[in-house]
Design a protein around this ligand. Structure first.
Ligand code: GAR
Length: 211
């Protein structure tokens, strides 16, 4: 079983999709060992408690900078003996030592088809505002490995939805969450935990399932 920690900052609907998929046996060989929040008031913590998953808060506001916050996250992951880290609506870009130590072992979900509408400053509803302002006809979400550069790591799964004429940022966000994010994030976690992902440079190869 791959000991997995899910890092969150907000509502935690992606965390809920992971919990649900795990309960239905759709995420294989995975132990949901911890949920760690960067905010003490994140509703995601309630979702984790309801599912019986141990919760921890590493409050971003208590740290002078991103480096010391990243160090605290690293120490917490190490003390919990975590193998896989999942960023599920986690709103801090992590730096070393987490990124270095967990190379190709941190999965992030981003609500656009990267490399569009991603990177520093693109998060949550802002991503969908920018996509609509640009006038794209498709958008979607991306599950990828995290590197030191925000949203720039190797792509694991991407899926698209059509943008509708009458979409608002919140209708587009909702559709991308329901139709893409809540599906591809659990899928990517399972692929990792089943040992089916092979990373060559920035290309992720997905191996066939063994019977
Ligand atoms: C999700 O749409 C997620 O993809 C996005 O924030 C939302 C969090 O919702 N993440 C980012 O923008 C990261 N760059 P949730 O807390 O309900 O899962």
């Amino acid at each position: 079983m791959v000991r997995t920690a899910v890092l969150v900052s907000g509502d935690g609907t992606n965390l809920q999709s992971i919990i649900n998929a795990h309960n239905f046996g759709k995420i294989k060989n995975c132990e949901l060992a911890a949920v760690i929040s960067s905010r003490p008031d994140a509703f995601a913590l309630t979702r984790a408690k309801n599912a019986g998953i141990p919760t921890y808060v590493v409050n971003y506001k208590n740290f002078p900078n991103r480096a010391s916050f990243s160090e605290a996250i690293y120490q917490r992951l190490k003390s919990l003996d975590i193998e896989l880290v999942v960023l599920a609506g986690f709103m801090v870009v992590l730096g070393p030592p987490v990124i270095d130590h967990y190379e190709n072992r941190i999965i992030n979900i981003h609500p656009s088809l990267v490399p569009a509408f991603c990177g520093e400053g693109f998060y949550g509803i802002r991503v969908h505002e920018e996509a609509l302002n640009y006038g794209v006809k498709v958008s979607g979400a991306t599950a990828h490995f995290a590197t030191a550069v925000a949203d720039a790591g190797p792509v694991i799964i991407q899926r698209a939805v059509e943008v509708r004429e009458d979409d608002t940022p919140s209708t587009l966000q909702k559709r991308i969450m329901e139709e893409v994010e809540w599906k591809i994030l659990p899928e990517a976690i399972s692929l990792y935990c089943e040992g089916r992902l092979q990373v060559v440079g920035r290309i992720v190869h997905i191996k066939e399932a063994t019977a």
